[in-house]
Write a protein that binds this ligand. Structure first.
Ligand SMILES: Cc1ncc(C[n+]2csc(CCOP(=O)(O)OP(=O)(O)O)c2C)c(N)n1
Length: 385
């Protein structure tokens, strides 16, 4: 018997707005129904505020008012474009931690992000009407959750004729976690309307993309699970919007999940406790800075006579005012109680945690002989999450 191909697939990459601000008019026309000048001006203003919040959070961390913070700097365009394809409160979002702007766009009060990184879990007490899950720092752990939420949406959509979708954000590093594969496979086999958005910023802390995968793209991983994979320049508002909208339309129409890869660059360190200069070259960093989505969007708007130095100054001042207010709101909130960390993690507090709450010590660090039970908490202990 002759051999024959049993599978063929391809992934195409979309680029519309170049780093110098020039645009592919024909492709841009496909998205101008939404991304008209007014919308791009509004998007740029949102990016200015998100960037200001990033810089302010960095200062809060450096002055000891915040534990640690992963800056979103340089990655604003992709997540904003992705969020612009959703309907706030109708669709659901399962975030990680480098797409704050998407959450703000969908209505999350900005001070909640600060609260989270200040160690106050009330930052994750998100109004259910917004349809936003808590920030997830466990890499990839939220992707099966997204698949499950998507599956529930599918059941509801089928029953009530609705068209809700779930969008999950994660980084390139998350694709090396088993949970990524669990999530994609479950969503695909369940025809769940989930749009998986991978922000490929080239690095998972100090691990570069080429060590993360032997695949040429992250988007192509979708094909193995039987869903379409899209790739776009994630620093390009137009291209990111186009691929995310295609993916959302696919899911909304009842065709199951899709994977979007947005290539981008993390301008800042991984977090405020990282020093990226130890593993990234100066040249690479300079190239990354040159592809900054804010600069690119501004150049585009200037070329269309929609932006100028005066507006830039005025809007930066506005961003500073907004962020000052956000910080004041976050700082004014009464600090969480010392026991909250124990009280709200489980519906029924496990005995070992009760011991830790009473003694303020953890047996895992061997600080208290009384707590040497941590590694052998009775197997039958009822733990209800
Ligand atoms: C399950 C798990 N393992 C390890 C870590 C430690 N860790 C925090 S961020 C990170 C790298 C994540 O890289 P990527 O998914 O590409 O996202 P990025 O930070 O680049 O946006 C790792 C390994 C974690 N948070 N969770």
């Amino acid at each position: 018997m002759p051999t024959h191909d049993v599978f063929n697939g391809s992934v195409s990459r979309v680029e519309i707005l170049s780093a110098d601000g020039s645009i592919d008019e024909q492709l841009a026309d496909e998205v101008r129904d939404v991304l008209d000048d007014e919308a791009v001006v509004a998007a740029y203003r949102e990016m200015l505020v998100a960037r200001e919040l990033d810089d302010a959070a960095y200062r809060l961390q450096r002055s000891g008012r915040m534990g640690t913070f992963p800056q979103n700097k340089g990655q604003e365009a992709g997540p904003l474009a992705a969020a612009m394809t959703l309907i706030a409160g109708h669709d659901h979002v399962v975030p990680s931690y480098r797409e704050n702007i998407a959450l703000f766009h969908l209505g999350l009060p900005m001070h909640q992000i600060l609260l989270h990184w200040m160690g106050d879990e009330r930052g994750n007490d998100i109004d259910p009407k917004l349809g936003i899950s808590p920030i997830c720092i466990s890499i990839g752990a939220h992707l099966p959750h997204a698949a499950g939420i998507g599956w529930k949406l599918k059941i509801d959509n089928d029953k009530h004729g609705t068209d809700r979708v779930c969008m999950a954000f994660f980084g390139d590093g998350a694709t090396s976690e088993g949970a990524f594969h669990d999530g994609l496979n479950f969503a695909a086999t369940g025809d769940a309307p989930v749009v998986f958005v991978c922000q490929n910023n080239g690095w998972a802390i100090s691990v570069p993309t080429e060590k993360q995968t032997r695949s040429q793209t992250f988007a192509q991983k979708a094909l193995a699970y039987g869903m379409p994979g899209f790739q776009a320049d994630g620093n390009d508002l137009f291209a990111s919007f186009k691929v995310c909208r295609d993916a959302v339309r696919h899911a909304r129409a009842g065709n199951g999940p899709a994977l979007v890869e947005l290539t981008t660059y993390r301008i800042a360190d991984h977090t405020t406790v990282d020093d990226a200069s130890r593993y990234r070259s100066k040249e690479e960093h300079e190239r990354g800075v040159a592809s900054d989505p804010l600069i690119r969007t501004r150049r585009y708007l200037e070329a269309r006579g929609q932006w100028n130095d005066d507006l830039e100054k005025q809007e930066k001042e506005r961003a500073t005012r907004i962020v000052k207010e956000v910080i004041a709101t976050a700082m004014e909130i009464e600090k969480p109680g010392k026991s909250d960390i124990f009280d709200y993690a489980f519906a029924t507090t496990p005995r070992e945690l009760e011991r830790q709450r009473e003694t303020r010590r953890t047996g895992s660090l061997g600080q208290s002989p009384r707590q040497s039970t941590l590694s052998r908490v009775e197997a039958d202990e009822a733990v209800t999450v």
